[in-house]
Design a protein around this ligand. Structure first.
Ligand SMILES: [Zn+2]
Length: 401
């Protein structure tokens, strides 16, 4: 269609837009999601889990009789509203709920979806040793950004929808379960343990997380708030070397941004086989365990320090202030990348910061010269993840300074 094949002035550059790219918009909102509660039971050996996702929805108007949720490759057992069974259709990508009682303005409904997942391919990952990697730890972790939360729980999966959240999860002992917000309770259940985490500040679905493993917890603090590092047992020293500056960074960014770190704790969990370097889930960043430095690497490797600063900066830019649409992800990624430069300047001085910024400049210019040139804000793509390029991260610090 001609209106979709708009091509910006390319100046001899290749097109950013892949075949099939089209404009993307947030869907119509049936209401404000006020709270999301997940109750999950993990069967780690079988790489399965089952549970209930309960969504408190405050409808935008009366008379809505159909709700559409994102839910990919889940097995849906039942859907209820205020405990009454509702008819639904599920095509493996979207869950359509036919409401027996249409919505009424001002009446919040509790939509409860019982579901299970068998060997998920995205969203939630089971990590286990195998014949090729017999030393691999047993872990479970999630990755929501950008549109993968729908692979691990049914939701209205777009960043403009902000809610409080809680996760209750049953895991085999001695594994720990870490999630957003505060640990409000634990319960022993024979060979298992229930962890109950509660996040009082609103956030989008892509920042909800769960990490389970036989971790050791190392404790620090900033202004009375727990700052914790979770690593596999035996990696305690590497954890301190790699993440030990976190309280000072929290202090620095709180001052620089003029807004104190807003969450009740800050946890960093180093997980195995993580698909990115790090992910800034609200108050609970996940990091690849490959970022852990030993004595020798800590001498001159600042990549981990930059990664720690980047994900921490997102707690303000991305998590506290949330983009409304993926086309604006440059706001949070650009600011987090610029915050790496700010930390370099604070910690190592202006020359080191200038050199660091030069590296970022070169990354961006390389992409501009060899791959494509694109508008920094664009909603034309196939999948939002295509936007996470050097224009998104590095161009903003280059332009800012
Ligand atoms: Zn980032």
């Amino acid at each position: 269609m001609p209106q979709f094949s708009f091509e910006p002035e390319k100046n001899g550059h290749k097109s950013f837009e892949l075949p099939g790219a089209k404009p993307h918009y947030n869907p119509d909102r049936p209401g404000q999601v006020e709270h999301i509660r997940l109750d999950l039971v993990l069967d780690i050996p079988k790489q399965q889990y089952q549970g209930t996702c309960t969504i408190q929805l405050n409808p935008v108007r009366s008379g809505i009789d159909r709700l559409t949720l994102d839910a990919v490759n889940l097995t849906i057992a039942s859907v209820t509203v205020d405990s009454i069974n509702q008819p639904f259709d599920y095509d493996g990508e979207q869950l359509h709920v036919q409401l027996k009682q249409p919505t009424e303005t001002g009446t919040v409904l509790a939509l409860a979806i019982a579901y299970s997942v068998d060997q998920p391919q995205r969203g939630l990952y089971f990590i286990a040793p195998d014949e090729h990697y017999p030393d691999k730890p047993i872990q479970v972790w999630t990755q929501g950004e950008d549109e993968d939360s729908r692979f691990w729980f049914p939701c209205f999966d777009y960043p403009g929808q902000l809610a409080t959240s809680e996760i209750r999860v049953r895991v085999p002992k001695p594994l720990l379960a870490i999630s957003n917000g505060e640990l409000i309770g634990t319960e022993d259940d024979g060979d298992h343990k229930l962890y109950h985490w509660y996040q009082k500040q609103v956030h989008p679905t892509y920042l909800m997380t769960l990490a389970v493993g036989d971790f050791v917890e190392l404790q620090d603090e900033w202004n009375g708030k727990p700052v914790t590092y979770y690593v596999e047992k035996g990696k305690e020293k590497e954890a301190r070397l790699s993440m030990g500056k976190t309280p000072r960074m929290i202090e620095f960014f709180s001052e620089q941004y003029g807004y104190a770190y807003p969450y009740p704790k800050y946890a960093q969990v180093c997980v195995s086989d993580f698909i990115f370097g790090g992910m800034e889930n609200t108050s609970t960043t996940l990091l690849t365990d490959r970022c852990l430095l030993d004595d020798r690497a800590a001498i001159d490797n600042r990549n981990t320090e930059s990664l720690v600063a980047h994900e921490l900066a997102h707690q303000w830019f991305g998590d506290l202030v949330v983009i409304k649409h993926w086309s604006h992800a440059w706001l949070k990624e650009g600011m987090a990348s610029y915050s790496e430069v700010m930390w370099m300047d604070h910690e190592y001085g202006a020359d080191e910061a200038a050199y660091y910024r030069l590296g970022e400049t070169r990354n961006y210019l390389d992409e501009d010269a060899s791959r494509y040139r694109r508008p920094i804000v664009t909603h034309v793509y196939r999948e939002a993840i295509e936007l996470y390029d050097r224009h998104l991260y590095e161009k903003v610090p280059v332009s800012t300074t």
